[in-house]
Design a protein around this ligand. Structure first.
Ligand SMILES: Cc1cc2nc3c(=O)[nH]c(=O)nc-3n(C[C@H](O)[C@H](O)[C@H](O)COP(=O)(O)O)c2cc1C
Length: 255
């Protein structure tokens, strides 16, 4: 499995941290990964606050606990909090901000840093006190809290992988029984290795058409086709707008 795919699967939320601070060099790499997240129309509206100041971190933790009605530290002792906020006026702000969060957590894992998404950033940054605090940082516009990505060195074993729930993927594939159409013409090229052949069609669609032949399709072996053969091809009703246009062959008859 590729390293990236492996990291995606092995990342886990960490809920017990050592007090040791993460170096600025590492934090900057994690933040950079957040900045590279895709965003709707490349808006890049989400912003990231990197809180390593213990006093502010503790106040944020208290505010978060207050929203929950709890007294425990919702940041699980993590020394760093990356707060992601996004501009409320932008239509895709929530998705954009969430993707930043995803990048931050993956980058942290790649760099050996434990992370956990901690919720309630929306509620905390809706509080007047925290809106005012944003202003002291020069953040004046209307931002909504998306999440806190808490960071630190994991204290203890990595949590075990949790099985993925079944039935969450629905494949919508080409339906071989779908409506088909017919083209006739002379073969101009046969590419056995790439499982396609091209004809010069004289029917409704005049011009070259490339037919891809899926593995296992009920089409005569491509080796039996040759340039200049006159053929009738039953094919999918859908053609890509490539040059030449391409579609899938279901049946080939030599005329
Ligand atoms: C939107 C969101 C909000 C979350 N909020 C919290 C939270 O407030 N506290 C917490 O401990 N974990 C929180 N998590 C972490 C999830 O509980 C965790 O991702 C989930 O249990 C799956 O575990 P994994 O991250 O190890 O795969 C949150 C995750 C997401 C995506």
């Amino acid at each position: 499995m590729s390293e990236v795919l492996n990291k995606i699967q092995s990342r886990r939320s960490i809920r017990k941290f050592k007090p040791d601070m993460v170096s600025k060099e590492i934090l900057d790499q994690i933040i950079e990964a957040g900045l590279w997240a895709a965003s709707g129309r490349n808006s890049q509206t989400p912003i990231i606050l990197c809180v390593t100041n213990k006093e502010v971190r503790d106040k944020l933790s208290k505010a978060n606990a207050q929203v929950m009605g709890s007294k425990a530290d919702p940041f699980y002792g993590a020394p760093v909090v990356l707060v992601v906020l996004a501009k409320k006026s932008w239509p895709t702000y929530l998705y954009d901000g969430s993707l930043v969060m995803g990048n931050l957590m993956l980058a942290a894992h790649e760099l050996g840093i434990g992370s956990c998404w901690i919720h309630r950033a929306k509620e905390v940054f809706n509080m007047e006190e925290w809106k005012e605090w944003l202003k002291t940082l020069g953040i004046e516009e209307e931002y909504e809290g998306i999440g806190h990505c808490v960071l630190g060195y994991a204290d203890g074993e990595e949590p075990k992988q949790i099985a993925r729930n079944e039935g969450r993927v629905f494949y919508v594939e080409e339906d071989l029984a779908q409506e088909t159409v017919v083209a006739t013409g002379r073969i101009v090229e046969v590419d056995v290795d790439n499982r396609n052949f091209t004809i010069d069609s004289a029917g409704d669609f005049s011009g070259r058409i490339r037919f891809n032949v899926p593995e296992g399709a009920n089409v005569m072996p491509l080796e039996k086709l040759d340039v200049n053969m006159h053929v009738k091809v039953t094919h999918a009703n859908f053609m890509t707008a490539s040059l030449p246009p391409q579609t899938t062959a279901y049946e080939v008859e030599v005329l």
